[in-house]
Design a protein. Structure first.
Length: 85
């Protein structure tokens, strides 16, 4: 597992980066949206799904991402911190 921290913006950023699992928490005052795709094409103006804070667990988690083409994109405001592997 590799830890990471990312500052979010209004532009989609690919966060899975070829891993098979991903977990992250929003840091203080973060608003995050995720979008799943099977292409390297940036989702552009897509809204994505909101990620809400869960105090006793990861705010977002995905496992079993086995295809080399699967991507998880994130955008929003604030920062996230997590692990992928």
């Amino acid at each position: 597992m590799v830890t990471f921290e990312m500052t979010l913006s209004d532009t989609w950023q690919e966060v899975l980066q070829g891993a098979t699992r991903l977990f992250f928490d929003g840091l203080s005052a973060s608003t995050a949206y995720v979008y799943f795709s099977e292409t390297a094409d940036n989702p552009g103006t897509s809204e994505g799904s909101p990620v809400y804070s869960w105090p006793s667990d990861w705010d977002f988690g995905a496992v079993g991402m086995t295809s080399a083409n699967q991507r998880i994109w994130v955008k929003g405001s604030g920062s996230i911190r997590g692990v992928r592997g």
